[in-house]
Design a protein around this ligand. Sequence first.
Ligand code: AMP
Length: 284
Amino acid sequence: MEIIRTVREMQRWALEEKRKGRFIGFVPTMGCLHEGHLSLVKLARSRSDLVVLSIFVNPIQFLPGEDFSRYPRPVERDESLCLESGVDVLFYPDSAQMYAPDHSVIIEETLLSRGLCGATRSGHFKGVTTVVAKLFNIVIPDVAVFGQKDAQQLRVIQRMIRDLNIPVEIIPGPIVREPDGLAMSSRNRYLTPAERQDALCLRRALDHVEKCIQEGERDVETLRKELAGVLDRVPAVRVEYIEFVDDETLQPVKRVERLVLVALAIRIGLTRLIDNTVLMTRQD
Ligand code: AMP
């Protein structure tokens, strides 16, 4: 496995491999890797000749007061996980490589990024779209894999690809969970054992909504109350949002018909956690 730290060297490697006709698969991450990230590496591998994984904790997608400086950076562990999982190139730039001191261009998606996490993390998605567009120009991938765990991010990136005609195919990867149902996340390590237990309410709430759907409930207000009821039973949980939106447009819906994304964000202590599921209904 090669570790590349500069933009120029990464571009040179990518152009050289493409000249040889190699297909490049790309997995962008912020590091502190877990099985969720590694499942994306597998997906990328199944669709390409060479896999590049990037680790970059992108300062411009964190808001003031968020966890940028304390975001976990277990460098050596991440490097060995990449090696073990068959990554060909680990792209590991520092901030100075990625942003000129006077950088002044951003990329902004203006519709799908407004609601859900965008409502409380204003400016977050501008940081994401800007860094992903930059990474695509640096790694020059044919396909890139993004997790359904960050459902809104995935759809915002798909929209950016479509609207800016970026020649990269986006492959969604399913959410990987711990055996007890908690969605894997680098931020789970912030949780105390008691908070870790409380966090299971996310999965319980989503399971409960799926059960209501199976029993025939379609009204979103009723489903929202059912879901909130599960979260409210855990005193340490503060709900940031519970949203039922069209899976493609991310606009709120009143009834569950076709594909509806249920997305949740909660806070437990100092930690913010998100989870989601896509509800599928048979055409009644
Ligand atoms: P992050 O390092 O948290 O920015 O995530 C990098 C990529 O991994 C994103 O595409 C995430 O959606 C994806 N990812 C994070 N957690 C999971 C998970 N539990 N299952 C699947 N993909 C994930």
